[in-house]
Write a protein that binds this ligand. Structure first.
Ligand code: C2O
Length: 546
């Protein structure tokens, strides 16, 4: 195994998009940021130097960080932020994962521009479980604002309202042909007749689940979230923010140009969203010259309607592991966690300009009716490791305090969650099942729920209220997919299982950034096991202090 050394310099960089130049925070002046590549088994060492005006951290999304929680990155969870002028070196080893992951800032809304791909090739001496592709391309889907994203969320938090919607979706940071001033920089994806290529698709968007389509070409899905899948063929894929999907495509169409499109999947009704489409161009190298010129319009794919939940659900339900897997069959911890929004009443004597949510309220969100609050003096991991009191409590409820009809009319009393820094304690090695149930509080909506430090099996998904009597019959304990971000379908639920074999403090949150900003998160405290190899490593000497 090799060790790869990198330096990431965070800095403000002028970036021109949609006819307008802005200073965006980038890594090494690149947008999207540098692609990290490693083999399964390799070690990565990345020195992050913060030369921007904001506190920052970097998260290596999906990397398990076995015993190295200090390198995970979420601010105030596993580390204090890196202050402007300071640096911190992240060091971790890829253990068992192969495929596509990504990295992003995990501090306020910095990740809107601070993100890049993290590609894990097969272990040295081994190969893909599918024929070696001729070419590999990585496409990062994201969102762009004609504004500083830090200001967008700051304003939302201050006013209590929803953040402004994005002005464009992007592919490798380019909006593409359908937006003003963007044609020239549209991303070109090359292909040759007859060849089969691998495309790694990442949803690095802030708040939007996205459909991904390619005109006239079928996609064979072979992996997601750095785990292989039993291949299946589809004409559309859906990714929630945080999720990745690897697909194979074959150059089996007349040599020409075809649009690749990213378009919104919007499950929340009556909520404003960016209803535009980003494009790249799949271009046959053998296409005749006039076709390649700007004169010939590429073929547009059939894009699902923005509210096509059926297509989204059919897609996620097609996922299977390539072989039978070892899902824990016995359960030590059986949790039921609701995920959803809420509305707080405007406090008395509060200026109404700060209560601009629906009917003069303020937006909030919660898990099991607890809105998560990050500490500010210590990180949770540091507080746990050093036994610092009063930073958190370990009374996160294992089920909602009141049962209710999660998809029907909800009593107003449930709209206002408690707030707190509540963790759930897990013994090392415990076998955990979590039913993630979406609520219809404020609006029914699909939530991409991401767990740090683990991959988990998604053993079932469904609509309505989870019914422990009937729905256990739907559990797939044979070949469920392994992921790090689960879509909890709109008006529905997902059930996940994992073994708590990675000690540390691990946040679980909705990867829609507006929701995490409002508190849609909780964290697990996984105790050390017996012996050094079951315990978290000592913190690195340059770990930032708060
Ligand atoms: Cu990709 Cu906690 O995030």
């Amino acid at each position: 195994p090799q060790t790869h050394y990198h330096e990431f310099v965070l800095q403000a960089t002028p970036v021109k998009r949609l006819c307008m130049t802005q200073n965006a925070i980038t890594v090494n002046g690149m947008f999207p940021g540098p692609t990290l590549e490693a083999n399964n088994g390799d070690t990565l060492v990345i020195k992050v130097i913060n030369k921007c005006q904001y506190n920052a951290t970097i998260h290596w999304h999906g990397i398990r960080q076995i015993r190295t929680g200090w390198a995970d990155g979420p601010e105030f969870v596993t580390q204090c932020p890196i202050r402007p002028g300071d640096s911190y070196t992240y060091r971790y080893t890829v253990q068992g994962q192969e495929g596509t992951l990504w990295w992003h800032a995990h501090s306020s809304w910095l990740r809107a521009t601070v993100y890049g791909a993290l590609i894990i090739h097969p272990k040295e001496g081994s190969s893909y479980p599918f024929p070696k592709p001729k070419r590999e391309t990585t496409l990062l889907l994201a969102e762009w604002w004609n504004a500083n994203p830090i200001d967008v969320i700051r304003e939302a938090i201050q006013t209590g309202g929803a953040p402004n919607i994005s002005d464009a979706y992007t592919i490798n940071s380019q909006p593409g042909d359908l937006y003003n001033c963007s044609s020239q920089d549209t991303v070109i994806v090359p292909i040759d007749s007859g060849e089969t290529n691998l495309i790694r698709v990442i949803n690095a968007g802030m708040n939007q689940e996205l459909f991904f389509t390619i005109a006239n070409h079928m996609m064979t899905v072979v992996g997601a979230d750095a785990s292989y899948l039993k291949p299946f063929t589809t004409n559309v894929i859906m990714l929630g923010p945080g999720q990745t999907t690897d697909v194979l495509i074959t150059g089996d169409q007349p040599p020409s140009r075809y649009y690749i499109a990213g378009s919104p999947y919007q499950s929340a009704q009556n909520a404003p969203f960016d209803n535009t489409t980003t494009t790249a161009i799949l271009e046959y190298k053998s296409a005749p010259c006039p076709v390649k010129g700007l004169g010939v319009k590429p073929v547009m794919p059939t894009i699902p309607a923005f509210n096509d939940t059926n297509t989204a659900m059919t897609f996620t339900q097609s996922f299977r592991s390539p072989q039978q897997v070892e899902v824990p069959t016995e359960i030590d911890e059986n949790l039921f966690i609701t995920v959803g929004l809420g509305l707080n009443n405007c406090p008395p004597n509060f200026p109404s300009s700060r209560c601009q949510g629906p009917s003069g309220t303020r937006f909030t969100s919660s898990m099991n009716n607890v809105s998560f609050v990050l500490p500010s003096n210590f990180s949770l991991l540091q507080a746990h490791h050093q036994g610092i009191p009063r930073v958190f409590t370990t009374d996160f409820p294992e089920k909602p305090l009141v049962q209710f009809d999660y998809t029907g009319n909800v009593s107003q009393s449930l709209f206002q969650p408690l707030s707190g820094t509540k963790l759930y304690r897990l013994k090392f090695g415990s076998r955990v099942q979590i039913v993630l149930q979406g609520t219809s509080i404020v609006t029914p909506e699909n939530h991409p729920i991401h767990l740090h430090g683990y991959d988990f099996y998604i053993i079932a998904q469904g609509f309505g209220n989870f019914d422990p009597k009937k729905d256990t019959a739907k559990f797939n304990l044979v070949d469920p997919p392994l992921r790090n971000t689960a879509s909890v379908p709109v008006n529905g639920w997902s059930v996940i299982r994992f073994v708590a074999d990675n000690p540390g403090v691990w946040i679980m949150h909705c990867h829609l950034d507006a929701h995490i900003s409002w508190g849609l998160a909780m964290a697990f405290l996984v105790e050390n096991g017996i012996g050094i190899m079951e315990s978290i490593e000592e913190p690195p000497p340059d770990l930032p202090v708060c």
